[in-house]
Every structure is written in C-alpha cells, then in structure tokens.
Design a protein around this ligand. Sequence first.
Ligand code: MN
Length: 351
Amino acid sequence: MDHSRIDSVRQYLQANDLDAFLVSDKQDQFYLANYTGDDGFVVIDSSQIFIVTDGRFFEQIKVEAPEASIVDVKEQSLAEFLCVHYDKVAIESDSLLTMDYQTLLEKNLTTVNADLVVKLMRMHKSTDEISLIKKAAEITDDVYVHILEFIKTGMTEIEVANEIEAYGKQRGAQKLSFETIVASGIRSSYPHGSATDKVIETGDVVTLDFGFVYQNYYSDITRTIVMGKASDEVKKVYSAVLKAESLGIRFAPMVETFGDLDRVIRGSIDDSGYGKYFMHGSGHGLGLVCHDYPIIRTSNDDQLESNIVFTVEPGIYLPGKFGVRIEDDVYKDDSGEMVRLTNSTTELQEI
Ligand SMILES: [Mn+2]
C-alpha cells in the first residue's frame, strides 16, 4: 500500500470537506491500496481503509492489503456501509452500479463526483512505474524485430497476430495490452482493423499495432510495413506520418499543453496535404491501462509536464487504398528531455 498516494487522497478529502472517498475503478484500487480483486470497493477515510467485498477475496486482501479492514457485503451492502459511517462522500462512478448509486441518493448521502482525482494522480509516473512501462515496451521492440523475420506473403493476418502474441508472452509479458491489430492491404486503411483470416499479399501495406502488459503496466506500439516494394504514394504517406511523429516528439518539451502537442502533430499532417485523412487523437496516456488519462486531442488543456508517459501516434488512412500509422511510447524527463520507451526502427521496412 502506497502511503503517499493514500495521503494525497486524504488531503483531497480534507480540502473539500468530505468524509470518505469511494474508489470503484479497478486500476485506482490497485494504485492506492494494492488490491487486485475483480470485485469490490475500496473506501478511504481520514484514518482507515476499508475493502467492501465478498468472501472470495478475503484471503487475497490479507496478503495484498493487510492494513485494510474488510467489510463483508453479505452482511452490509456498500450503500449501507457508506450511509452508516459518513455524510459526504467523494465517489468514482467508473464501476459503481446504478442500483448502488440510487440507494445512496435515497439514503440522503451527499455525493461528489471524483472520477478524475486519482486519474490525475496516476498521470505522473514514479521512477519504478516508468521502469515497468519500459520493460513492457522492450517486449514490443523484441516482438517487432522477430515479426519482421517471421512475416511472409501467404500468411493470414491471424497467423501473424498469433505469433506476435505468443512471442510477447514468451518474452515475459503478463498479457496483451489489447487485441492485436494486423491490418493488411485495403484493411490497413481501417484505423483499428483487428486481424482476420485475410491472406497477406505482395504489395500489401500492413499495419501492426500491439502491446504487452508487464507487472500491470502497459505498452503500445504501431509500425506499418510493406510486403515487397513500396509505391511512390506509400512512400509519400509514410514519410508524412513519420515526419509528424518525429516533429511531435521533438517539440513536446517546448509546448505547454497536450492540446498544443496535438496541434503540432496535426499541423504537420495538414501541411503534407493529408489532414482530412487523420481522424483520431494523436496519442494517449499509458500506465495501468492502455488508454490512460490524458487523451491527446486539440481540446486538451492538461499541462505537458515531466514523467507523464504517453503515446504519439499520427496516422493517414486513404479509403479504399491503404493506411499508415506510427506509434511510440515516450515521456519528458526531469531535465526536459524526451525519452523514448519504444525504440523499434521507424525506417520503412520493405519485406
Ligand atoms: Mn495507442
């Protein structure tokens, strides 16, 4: 259990004149209380930590969170527990059932939405957290080197995805960050084309987007390759995406907010003439989930501070033709330098 994190929550409670904090998000429960049970709630007040759950998790709690007091939901529901002990509670809506929430309202408990309180804490990574993300990212780099050797025309996308997944797990990954994307030919113009039984053919552009989890921390990488020789149009689009990505990483220490970073990346794609074919955010935070806070889009005003790990992932998708996306995991260190956690080559690979 991380006391400085618990203290931050208690400072928030005090500053806002609240009695307790209901943690419903699973990753927040792990982050604050080291609890990994897939059912239950963590409640933090000014002096105690409670875990409200059922008997399946009691033994686990004794090991993971020995300082927490267990509340058996069979004896007292979450709503009853909160109403008996508190008047004003900060709640995370993430995994709170509407039914539980309604009971809280009926019992006249005052609630304050606190969805972003822990998410914002989680945004800044400790040295230990960064080294775990780096381990996860190193697995993706190893997989990419391997897959460049492995992939051949005549294989299906699913065969390639299976190899990516098996190799990553062999390298020590706990699980996949998300369902592996292998999108070839016209399918590469779908920003999120999961692998299918389509056969990879000569001339296909292939988008590989995958990631692995290492000790609960996520990585996420995308590379786009060509089977055979790249056409002039593919080369042109590829260099436009690569330029935008490199520019984003280079300028990140000089911009103020994540919105500014999005404008730099988007501006670069616009300048290359492909602006309308880049229809998603230019990156996202990375941590205990793959799409962590913040989402990097023009409207985001969060300061681009040091030790926030995030992805930079511009893409250009030409409908009916092909698509290119390049994605890396990075952060700004305390001296203001950008550090890359994924280090796979970004040079266009013609296989
Ligand atoms: Mn991503």
